[in-house]
Design a binder for this molecule. Structure first.
Ligand code: VNL
Length: 391
């Protein structure tokens, strides 16, 4: 009697446990997790804020289903510290079993994560970091931002055509700065120009006063600048305070400096600055107007190029999940390659060979319209591949 009852109970418990276990496994298989690592705090926090807002906008517009399953985005803050990025990536892969890693505000964070993507065969979508070599660090890297060689070469061409012969370069002293300096200086020299000096400031807490004094003394036709998103306003203020604009030294820069996130705070010193980049919030297309209006309605701030990298990164992941019917690993990666779509920035292609982005690069000038500052595009180089890949 007792033993029979015991059997009945264990039998029911076992059935319940099995049902629960199956249900649990089923729920997991039906959820596709995307692990996003961003600098939400620290010196690159504006990049995290922009990309996080863009990801939320993508989800609000496109829902949380892709590849026939439910998509869940997990956002982690690495504060722009590469050791933290690596640890978070490891946890997202091992504990959360994410189908893709994404984000990566700065190059050192992307490079720290690349070996984890390779070992775990997890596609890694770089939405911000822009050193050319990142795509070579793992066959699982796909990029939706840009590269500094892409931005720098077009500006050197513009400078030569506009009678800028003598230049000084100023870059942040790490991966993307190396790329910007090298590709800008090489093209200027090739075009018969002269690079008088190559100056650098540290990635963390830069002080622009000493380098700006050197620029003044060198008296070039123009100063070329690359600084990561978030440093432009402080730089521009010091450029004005030291009177370099009034000394007749033109400022030319990659669009990271005339960043839409800060442009309106820069004041009149920014007016007339010519830059080159893949995205301006003023880009004149129906797709961009729709994007900017929806983004501003949701956030009360203007999207910058980081937001577009994040938005398109989500699109690449969703497209790939849909095309592969919710695959993981190499099948998901392969579905990311060769994607062609219209971004708010214009038409783009994810090059199947390099996994890097092919896009139009625009030459722009800061102008005031209706009381606000904008990067107004006036020329472009169509469908530019990363020049850094040809070496
Ligand atoms: C990087 C390149 C970061 C361009 C940026 O802003 C940027 C990078 C944070 O590769 O670290 O504007």
């Amino acid at each position: 009697m007792n033993s029979r009852r015991f059997h009945l109970i264990t039998g029911a418990a076992a059935a319940a446990a099995l049902a629960f276990g199956m249900h649990h496994a089923h729920a997991q298989a039906d959820t596709l997790k995307i692990g996003v690592i961003l600098p939400m705090t620290g010196q690159q926090a504006s990049t995290g804020k922009q990309i996080d807002a863009a990801i939320k906008l993508w989800m609000a517009q496109n829902g949380n289903k892709a590849g026939g399953k439910t998509v869940e985005v997990i956002v982690k803050d690495d504060a722009g510290i590469p050791d933290t990025t690596r640890r978070l990536a490891q946890e997202l892969v091992v504990n959360d079993k994410v189908v893709a890693l994404a984000g990566f505000g700065i190059t050192p964070s992307a490079l720290a994560t690349a070996p984890i993507a390779t070992q775990s065969k997890t596609p890694m979508v770089v939405m911000a970091a822009a050193t050319s070599a990142i795509t070579a660090a793992s066959p699982y890297v796909v990029r939706t931002s840009f590269t500094l060689p892409q931005a720098a070469v077009g500006l050197a061409e513009w400078a030569t055509k506009n009678k800028i012969g003598k230049v000084v370069t100023l870059v942040a002293d790490y991966g993307p700065g190396n790329d910007a300096e090298k590709y800008f200086a090489e093209r200027m020299t090739l075009n018969g120009g002269k690079v008088l000096d190559k100056l650098r400031t540290p990635l963390r807490s830069p002080d622009f006063a000493p380098v700006l004094q050197k620029v003044r003394d060198a008296a070039p036709d123009a100063l070329f600048v690359f600084l990561p998103s978030g440093q432009g306003a402080q730089f521009m203020k010091q450029f004005g305070e030291r009177g370099l604009d009034k000394a007749g030294i033109r400022l030319i820069a990659t669009g990271d400096v005339t960043d839409d996130d800060q442009l309106n705070d820069m004041g009149d010193v920014a007016l007339g600055v010519v830059s080159s980049h893949h995205y301006s919030a003023a880009h004149d297309s129906p797709a961009n107007k729709k994007f900017v209006a929806a983004f501003e309605a949701a956030n009360k701030f203007r999207p910058n190029f980081m937001a577009v990298g994040g938005y398109d990164g989500m699109r690449v992941i969703y497209n790939a999940l849909n095309a592969s019917k919710g695959a993981r690993g190499e099948a998901l990666l392969n579905a990311m390659k060769g994607q062609l779509f219209e971004s708010p920035r214009g038409p783009v292609l994810i090059d199947a060979q390099t996994r890097d982005i092919v896009q139009d690069i625009y030459i722009r000038k800061v102008e005031k319209k209706n009381g606000q500052l904008w990067n107004i595009e006036f020329d472009s180089i169509k469908q530019m591949k990363d020049p850094g890949k040809s070496k």
